[in-house]
Design a protein around this ligand. Structure first.
Ligand code: ATP
Length: 586
């Protein structure tokens, strides 16, 4: 497929304001690609060069791209900068300059999707001395043989700003439609995606081997599994009812979720975060402990890494553990805040997946490979049928400084990538507040008035993720909880992702001063969930859900969550139910 043909579809997608139309357009594009290029096409369309766990990112500096545009079109860099300031989008500037270029197109070669993808990968991989000039030259070569529309998307891609606004679920639905004629195969595709975490691989397998191939996608070492998520329930009685009268109750540690892959033969260990980025270089002591303490030829285990002081038997607060997520000063930090991994699951052992085994068997396997239990330990737990015992355990862990408990259904498999009742969380609550915080997606922002006018920032329009529709629905306007520094840095980040119109996957009745692409997540605490006619979260017959007294509690943007990891509409409805019950019982 020629890249110029893909660019026409990208332009169409950009102008779309409905998700269904997006699915149709994308499915048409995908159905035209061959099986040797669909993987690359999917990555390009996502605006990435690899799945997140391979970590190949492009993000070329603006000044390099400006130089490349100037060199490719025969204009000065200054004139490119002036035009960019006016347009506010370097992709549009590249398009304009290519259209009026003084230089003749160097080659008449037409790029394929694979050509563009490979060039971008080469640009991303070039490093070391003189790499800046090489990167500029490579982009210049691409641009000087591009049509204006191709130049728009190549430039945006090179900057890491393609942003066609497609969610994973939308891509899966489009794949289903492209290859089976309807959107009905989405659950099968989603299942495969939850196991391999790579939409490119899902697309390629579907194109080469059909649905049968998709059903055979298996767990693989060093290809992370999308993490299982927990539901909520308000009482021990309800937890027992949902888990057929008996369950395991584990401590809920408030640290960093880690999925650890280990292959003893090659002595390779990789640690993945909750959103499947590689964390390995940040935690040398965990890598060392994994090799020393996990007695298996190969395994994938999961746990929560948390700062823990053995001599006082005390856990460190999350704010201290999170300091370990850093790129510099790692050795010192690993000595100052050493982590203990409290393992709670196993998904793969000695060449075989274990996800399909029931929890109780998985736990036995986990116990059998962790004999030393020094730095890699087991999550503390009890098994019980007694609600009073659950309450007792809950109170004890809160006293120990933990945030609550996780109940686990003894017979349930590991449900990758989904929030199911096989895991149920119960967290401590404070009087007059919702027991849980919400992770909300920033959908827009308001200009400041009064004291806030100087920051040109008056608060955020925030929303939740509707996972059924793959859309975002507004739930609140957040005006408090920001420090001055946070306001400045938030505005700076949001200005980079401003959208010209309401993004297609946003469902809103409120209009902010500026829309932004749904990308950043912040954590918010509120006093209460109320019914509202202003917000579209869970809206039915004109009535949705909203937050009372929302305030920002995360230290700015949550780097570890992407927009689709935000609190979902279903969760809000569930939290509303829990709140109503606890009001009735108090
Ligand atoms: P939260 O902000 O409450 O951690 P979350 O949305 O990140 O919520 P949930 O699925 O709601 O994730 O809750 C499960 C989280 O709890 C997991 O991501 C995991 O990191 C953490 N956790 C801590 N202890 C355990 C445990 N014993 N078993 C499973 N998960 C645990």
């Amino acid at each position: 497929m020629l890249f110029k043909d893909a660019a026409i579809y990208y332009e169409k997608l950009e102008g779309t304001s409905s998700r269904l139309e997006m699915i149709d357009t994308l499915s048409e594009l995908l159905s035209k690609s061959s099986s040797d290029e669909i993987k690359q096409l999917i990555y390009l369309t996502q605006g990435v060069l690899s799945p997140s766990f391979e970590g190949i990112v492009i993000g070329l500096a603006e000044s390099f791209a400006e130089q490349a545009i100037a060199a490719a079109t025969g204009y000065s860099k200054e004139s490119v900068i002036t035009a960019y300031k006016k347009a506010g989008d370097l992709g549009i500037t590249a398009e304009e300059f290519c259209a009026k270029g003084k230089l003749k197109r160097i080659s008449q070669k037409q790029f394929t999707v694979n050509d563009v993808f490979e060039s971008m990968r080469r640009i991303a991989r070039t490093s070391g001395q003189g790499s800046q000039d090489t990167k500029i030259k490579m982009l210049m070569e691409l641009l000087s043989a591009s049509s204006p529309l191709e130049a728009r998307y190549i430039t945006r891609f090179a900057l890491g700003r393609l942003r066609l606004g497609l969610g994973d679920a939308t891509i899966l639905e489009a794949l289903s439609k492209a290859f089976t004629g309807s959107r009905d195969a989405k659950p099968v595709l989603e299942n495969a995606y939850n196991i391999c975490s790579d939409l490119g691989t899902v697309g390629e397998t579907l194109s080469k081997k059909g649905i049968t191939g998709i059903e055979h996608i298996e767990v693989k070492l060093f290809s992370p599994i999308r993490p299982a998520l927990a539901e909520r329930l308000p009482t021990a009685e309800e937890i027992l009812e949902k888990t057929h009268g008996e369950c395991a109750i584990e401590s809920k540690y408030d640290g960093l979720r880690q999925q650890i892959h280990i292959d003893r033969k090659s002595k390779k260990v990789e640690i993945y975060s909750r959103n499947l980025e590689v964390l390995t270089p940040m935690f040398p002591e965990v890598v060392h402990a994994a090799l020393d303490e996990i007695s298996a030829e190969s395994a994938i285990i999961e746990g929560e890494a948390i700062g823990y002081n053995e001599s006082t038997d005390q856990f460190l607060p999350f704010q201290e553990t999170i300091q370990r997520k850093r790129k510099h000063g790692i050795d010192k930090m690993s000595r100052d805040v050493p982590l203990t991994l409290f393992s709670f699951d196993i998904m793969y052992l000695n060449g075989k997946e274990t996800m399909s085994k029931p929890y109780s068997e998985r736990r036995e396997l986990l116990e059998s490979i962790l004999e030393k239990r020094k730095m890699v330990r087991l999550s503390d737990r009890i098994i019980t049928k007694d609600p009073k015992r659950i309450d007792q355990y809950f109170n004890a862990v809160i006293e120990d400084g933990l945030e609550g408990i996780m109940a686990k259904d003894l017979n349930s498999r590991y449900v990758a990538g989904a929030r199911k009742f096989s895991w149920i969380k119960l967290k401590r609550s404070y009087k007059g507040e919702l027991s849980d915080t919400l992770d909300l997606v920033i959908l827009g922002y308001f200009l400041g008035k009064g004291l806030r006018a100087e920051f040109k920032f008056g608060g955020l329009l925030a929303g939740v993720y509707n996972s059924k529709e793959d859309t975002f629905e507004t739930i609140t306007r957040i005006g408090t909880g920001f420090s001055e520094a946070q306001m400045k840095s938030l505005k700076k980040e949001l200005d980079k992702i401003k959208a010209k119109h309401k993004p297609a996957r946003v469902n809103a009745a409120v209009e902010p001063d500026f829309w932004v692409e749904p990308k950043f997540v912040v954590t918010v605490r509120a006093d209460e969930i109320t019914r509202s006619s202003m917000h579209t979260c869970g809206v039915q017959d004109g009535l949705g859900y909203a937050l009372r007294f929302p305030r920002l509690v995360s230290d700015g943007i949550r780097e570890d969550k992407s927009a689709s990891d935000a609190t979902t509409t279903e969760e809000v409805i569930e939290m509303f139910g829990i709140q109503r019950k606890s009001k009735l019982s108090s």
